[in-house]
Design a protein around this ligand. Structure first.
Ligand SMILES: CC(C)(COP(=O)(O)OP(=O)(O)OC[C@H]1O[C@@H](n2cnc3c(N)ncnc32)[C@H](O)[C@@H]1OP(=O)(O)O)[C@@H](O)C(=O)NCCC(=O)NCCS
Length: 205
């Protein structure tokens, strides 16, 4: 089965929607990434303007690549049109195993509002319903309680720990691995979804 290259992805829920990033998102991204609390469990650390501009330019390049293996989408709070987070789906090994890594961050000012729970489900809708993937996995810093609880709420299962998985500032971090399979992603979990649209360059075989 060929995984389609989706362009112009937009996935709507009542409170937030996911869309492709725009060049004009630099300031909003910088605002989100400036808070050290966001970087606490991220190996990438705090982002300055140059780093945000580099990230955005890479995101825009990845969005037009073929095959498209990187989906980084902006999460927008519908009522105010503010950028409140970012979700990432990175397809492993050009999709030959229908597996992808998921990740994301939420703007600290919006933590606890439930947006990441919705955003995670919208990203899983993209993974399982649109891209027809089989497995979505995440690796989390083992002390990252918020992300661990979020993964459990969404339906991920803990697989184990990769010991000393990354070296950050001279310190080894263990990574806890979580996954969810297409068979565990049931239709009953989509009442939040309003609409999803995307242009597919190639349709699944
Ligand atoms: C992890 C993160 C995305 C959660 O974002 P959030 O917007 O606060 O999450 P939500 O408000 O949608 O909460 C959803 C669920 O996550 C869990 N959760 C969120 N924050 C939590 C916290 N501080 N402690 C424990 N559980 C927490 C809860 O289960 C919550 O559901 P509940 O309130 O109904 O119990 C956010 O803390 C973040 O951006 N952290 C930094 C980046 C990161 O660690 N990303 C994940 C690794 S890629």
């Amino acid at each position: 089965m060929t995984i389609p290259d989706l362009r112009n992805v937009r996935i709507d829920s009542e409170r937030i929607y996911l869309r492709e990033f725009l060049e004009a998102d630099v300031d909003a991204m910088l605002d989100m990434h400036a808070d050290a609390a966001l970087a606490r469990y991220q190996p990438t650390g705090v982002f300055d303007r140059a780093k945000v501009e580099g990230l955005l330019s890479q995101i825009l390049d990845d969005a037009s690549a073929s095959p498209r293996t990187e989906y980084k989408l902006a999460a927008i709070w519908r009522e105010t049109d503010q950028l409140v987070g970012m979700g990432r789906l990175g397809i492993d090994r050009d999709g030959r195993h229908r597996s992808a890594e998921i990740g994301g961050v939420a703007h600290p000012a919006w933590w606890g509002t439930g947006g990441s729970l919705i955003g995670s489900r919208l990203m899983l809708h993209l993974a399982f319903d649109s891209l027809k993937l089989h497995r979505v996995w995440a690796h989390l810093h083992r002390d990252n309680e918020a992300a661990t609880m979020l993964a459990a709420r969404v339906g991920f299962q803990r697989e184990g720990v990769l010991r000393d998985h990354v070296l950050v500032g001279g310190e080894w971090w263990d990574a806890a691995v979580y996954s969810i399979l297409e068979t565990e992603w049931r239709p009953g979990k989509r009442p939040y979804l309003v609409a999803a649209t995307a242009d597919a360059d190639r349709l699944p075989a």
